[in-house]
Write a protein that binds this ligand. Structure first.
Ligand code: SF4
Length: 226
C-alpha cells in the first residue's frame, strides 16, 4: 500500500500480522479435490474448525465455503446436521477461508487480467448461510467490492435449505446466484429430509424463488435445485 508512508508501513509490519485462520489440514484427493480444515482462535476454542473445499472440474474450480461451525438444522442426510451449532462464523472468518484457498491456488495477490483459478464460489459448506445473514451479506459485499477482492457476483452461489423470508434479499441486497437444497418435491418427504420444511414448506420456498427471480430480472442466472 504505497499510499501509506514508509515509516507507517514498517511499523505496521513490525506490530501486526494478518491472520486468516490456522490450516490444520490441507489434503488433496486422487480426483484433485482439495480439502482444508481451518481453525479460528483454536487455542481458546479448540472446536472452532470448519471445512473448506476446492472442487476442480475440467474448465473451472469451485470453492465451497462454510458459514457456521456446526448447524442447527439437522437435515437427515448431512453429517454436519449431526453436530450441534457451535457458533456463527464472522465475515473475517468466511473471507479467511477464501484468502487461504486463493493464496494456495495462486489467485492472491490478485493479478490484473489473469483468470482466477477459483472461478466459482458456493456457500454450501457447513452451516445454513441465511441463518447467519449478517456475516454472509457482509462477506459477500467485501468479496465483490471493486476495492475489495473484486470477485464477480455472478460467480457466487448461496445455497439454502429454504429460509424463505431471506431468499429475495439475495437478489435485492447482494445480486448473487441462488441454489435451493431441495432433496424432495413433496412436503411429506421434505419434512423428513430437511426439517426446516415444516417452518417454510415448499410453497413458501417456491414463492420466495419467484420473488428472487423478479428482482434479479435479466441479470438472473437459473436457480439451481439440488
Ligand atoms: S442446512 Fe446444510 S449444513 Fe445444515 S444440516 Fe442441512 S445440509 Fe447440513
Amino acid at each position: 500500500m504505497t499510499n501509506l508512508s514508509k515509516l507507517l508501513r514498517q511499523e505496521l509490519e513490525e506490530k501486526y500480522i494478518i491472520h486468516y485462520g490456522d490450516v490444520q489440514l490441507d489434503r488433496k484427493a486422487k480426483d484433485h479435490t482439495r480439502k482444508f480444515l481451518i481453525g479460528f482462535n483454536t487455542k481458546q476454542d479448540p472446536g472452532a474448525i470448519v471445512e473448506t473445499v476446492i472442487i476442480p472440474e475440467k474448465h473451472r474450480s469451485t470453492l465451497c465455503i462454510s458459514s457456521q461451525i456446526g448447524c442447527s438444522l439437522k437435515c437427515s442426510f448431512c453429517h454436519t446436521g449431526t453436530q450441534k451449532l457451535v457458533r456463527n462464523l464472522t465475515a473475517g472468518e468466511v473471507i479467511g477461508q477464501y484468502m487461504i484457498a486463493a493464496q494456495r491456488s495462486g489467485d492472491f495477490p490478485i493479478q490484473d487480467n489473469s483468470k482466477r483459478v477459483l472461478s466459482n464460489m458456493v456457500f454450501m459448506g457447513q452451516g445454513e448461510p441465511l441463518y447467519n445473514w449478517r456475516t454472509t451479506s457482509k462477506a459477500i459485499k467485501i468479496l465483490t467490492n471493486s476495492e475489495g477482492l473484486a470477485y464477480p457476483k455472478s460467480k457466487i452461489v448461496v445455497s439454502t435449505s429454504g429460509v424463505a423470508p431471506l431468499i429475495p434479499k439475495l437478489a435485492s441486497e447482494l445480486g448473487v446466484s441462488l441454489a435451493i437444497s431441495l432433496h424432495a418435491t413433496n412436503n411429506d418427504l421434505r419434512d423428513e429430509l430437511v426439517p426446516l420444511n415444516k417452518t417454510y414448506p415448499l410453497e413458501m420456498v417456491l414463492d420466495a424463488c419467484r420473488q428472487y427471480s423478479q428482482v434479479m430480472g435479466n441479470k438472473g442466472r437459473r436457480i439451481t435445485f439440488e
